[in-house]
Design a protein around this ligand. Structure first.
Ligand code: S3P
Length: 450
């Protein structure tokens, strides 16, 4: 897991133009879910394009420990022989989720309504993140959990013997919390209802329907979504094709917008509207970002993104867009550092509880690289192009997106930008440095700090 790997610092210098066509790895959210739903189906689910990153491999190991047979064939296709809803086995050792909030929180949902005991552990980053947000609804459904102070890992959960259906209004805009409750509902007799005041990524709903579950989903005039599911549910195995991850595509997209002369196409990127906030935002900033060859793949909309270097202008990002680009604010802050004028971002409270306190980590990285900005509890204002950018060393706090964002900054900066660690990039984007170097990035091991 990321915590046990020696830190690998790296610096990035101004890059030549990024050109050609690339693909980024499979979507992390869909990869976790395909392994979990495969585990809950009776029969064999086949998965093409699974993201083979540390986070997802931790979920594969967890599903094995819960009774599924998870294998990978030579051609890269994964197969999950599931145990069925109600059939999870008690693991003989703690489940190690590494750096992965999604893997851990969704798996707690699975276990929450199976009468087994599971101990969950993770790396230093995951052990600092709040789990109470999923334990609260699971306790209402009858699960018992003992966690470290503040509902942090390590924790032990014993799933409910007789699960109770609940009606749960999400107190935070979180697809992970929504998904944990929906997964718990599968083994709960009766109607479980999740009320989502602000729409978040809807992969769990879409994939559950794909695996044969019936959901009732309504959206009122204010955009409040009500999702109902009647349990227990039997799931049928599926053939899943995982589209390329827009949250990973974000890094070459921003690099190509910022590096003069770039003209890059990123193929087959997931364009689910609950994930495309960054694309909309960069287009509003003046980014030449065109979607080509839009099509359906495995029930999801995908397209090729053609990105050409552009002069960006700061904008105010509507706060209600935050859930559709929640993982993309660090790299948006980097784009904003090179945009003319102010980029104003509100509604960022959830950034405080990601793999790191991303608002603080971004602000510190901007300061280290001489970018004018201001920040508050849930907002960030970046004032771009006020002087030369770069020259700083960024602390990543085991956060893959902080590392990748500031390496992208270095590719467009006046002086090199270095990050203290890149080992954890493997949690979401294996091959990131090689892919970017193939496009012209100039990465090097920085001199040790005195
Ligand atoms: C995810 C949901 C988001 C996101 C994370 C993946 C998911 O987290 O940040 O990277 O797959 O459901 P929250 O649900 O905590 O917002």
């Amino acid at each position: 897991m990321a915590s046990s790997i020696a830190p690998a610092p790296l610096s990035a210098q101004a890059s030549g133009p990024l050109t050609g066509r690339i693909r980024v790895p499979g979507d992390k959210s869909i990869s976790h879910r395909s392994l979990m739903l495969g585990t809950l189906a009776v029969g064999t689910t086949e998965i093409d394009g699974l993201l083979e990153s540390a986070d997802v491999l931790a979920t594969a190991a967890a599903m094995r420990a819960l009774g599924a047979t998870v294998t990978r064939s030579e051609d890269g296709r994964w197969r999950v022989a599931g145990v069925g809803v109600g059939g999870l086995l008690e693991p003989t050792a703690p489940l190690d989720f590494g750096n992965a909030g999604t893997g851990c929180r969704l798996a707690l949902g699975l276990v929450g309504t199976h009468h087994i005991a599971v101990t969950a552990v993770g790396d230093a980053s995951l052990s600092g993140r709040p789990m109470g947000r999923v334990l609260a609804p699971l306790r209402l459904m009858g699960a018992e959990a003992i966690a470290r102070q503040g509902d942090r890992l390590p924790l032990t959960i014993r799933g409910a013997k007789t699960p109770t259906p609940i009606s749960y209004r999400l107190p935070v805009a979180s697809a992970q919390v929504k998904s944990a409750v929906l997964l718990a509902a599968l083994n709960t007799p009766g109607t479980t209802t999740v009320i989502e005041p602000v729409a978040t990524r809807d992969h769990t709903e879409r994939m559950l329907e794909g695996f044969g579950a019936t959901l009732s989903i309504t959206t009122d005039a204010d955009g409040v979504r009500t999702i109902r599911i009647d349990g227990p549910v039997e799931l049928s195995p599926q053939s899943v094709t995982v589209p390329c991850d827009p949250s990973s595509a974000a890094f070459p997209i921003v690099a190509a917008l910022l590096v003069p002369g770039s003209d890059l196409t990123i193929e087959a990127v997931l364009l689910n509207p609950t994930r495309t906030g960054l694309i909309t935002t960069l287009q509003e900033m003046g980014g030449d970002l065109v979607i080509e060859n839009e099509r359906l793949s495995g029930g999801e909309r995908v397209g090729d993104l053609r990105v050409r270097a552009s002069k960006l202008t700061g904008i105010t990002v509507p706060p209600e867009r935050a859930p559709s680009m929640i993982d993309e604010y660090p790299v948006l802050a980097v784009a904003a550092a090179f945009a003319e004028g102010e980029t104003v971002m509100h509604g960022l409270e959830e950034l405080r509880v990601k793999e790191s306190d991303r608002l603080a980590a971004v602000a510190a990285g901007l300061s280290a690289n001489r970018v004018e900005h201001e920040t508050g509890p849930d907002w960030l204002v970046v004032r771009g192009r006020r002087g030369s950018v770069g020259g700083g060393r960024v602390t990543t706090h085991l956060d893959h997106r902080i590392a990748m964002s500031f390496l992208v900054m270095g590719m467009a900066a006046d002086a090199a930008v270095s990050v203290d660690d890149t080992a954890m990039i493997d949690t979401s984007f294996p091959g990131f440095t090689a892919l970017m170097e193939g496009l012209g990035a100039r990465f090097a091991t920085p001199d040790p700090v005195a």
